[in-house]
Write a protein that binds this ligand. Structure first.
Ligand SMILES: CC(C)(COP(=O)(O)OP(=O)(O)OC[C@H]1O[C@@H](n2cnc3c(N)ncnc32)[C@H](O)[C@@H]1OP(=O)(O)O)[C@@H](O)C(=O)NCCC(=O)NCCS
Length: 155
């Protein structure tokens, strides 16, 4: 991490950040979520859309659904201008601590099988591939790995 941590802040996104989020999303995915999908994340009771800010700039976000002691990571992106600098690690570490404090014991996610950067990030943080869903993604069509992390209080 080459940036000082005090310049970074993770906090829930509000509707004020919608434009910035959608801009990052469009730069990050071939099949991006639209504004309404993020709007419903922000207003949903079970979903947390957390943003990572460097000073005033939104440089990443993660969408997590929490149902009792299980969570799923539904979206995650770091600005293409800020990748490879440890911000993905930083966001993931903080989110895992946050979920652990909420007594979450299992986290699930899906990822394109060709998304080496994301798979490597997830494996680094203790996720493992449990199965593969054929043609899960469209535009372009691709299989998904389902990855799971089980958390204990000693992790
Ligand atoms: C996946 C993503 C969030 C990683 O964010 P990042 O800030 O670039 O990641 P970091 O710099 O913190 O690196 C974290 C780890 O990711 C992996 N990684 C990052 N970039 C990588 C690359 N180009 N190739 C392979 N692994 C890579 C490595 O394991 C790395 O750890 P290491 O540097 O200790 O080896 C980012 O690439 C991204 O936003 N991609 C587009 C959106 C996306 O695919 N989201 C995931 C959807 S499931």
């Amino acid at each position: 991490m080459c940036h000082r941590k005090e310049m970074l802040q993770i906090r829930p996104c509000t509707l004020d950040s919608l434009e910035e989020i959608v801009n990052l999303e469009n730069l990050s995915f071939p099949d991006p979520w639209n504004k309404n999908m993020f709007r419903s994340d922000i207003t949903s009771k079970h979903i947390e859309l957390l943003g990572l800010w460097m000073k005033e700039d939104l440089i990443g976000y993660i969408s997590i659904m929490i149902l009792d002691d299980e969570a799923s990571i539904n979206n995650l992106a770091i600005s293409p201008y800020q990748r490879g600098k440890g911000f993905g690690h930083y966001l993931m570490e903080n989110v895992l601590s946050y979920l652990k404090a909420k007594k979450v014991i299992k986290i699930v996610l899906e990822v394109r099988v060709g998304n080496k950067a994301a798979i490597s990030l997830y494996e680094h943080h203790g996720f493992r591939v449990v199965h593969t869903i054929p043609d899960y993604y469209k535009q372009p069509m691709e299989n998904a790995h389902v990855m799971i992390k089980e958390m204990t209080q000693v992790d």
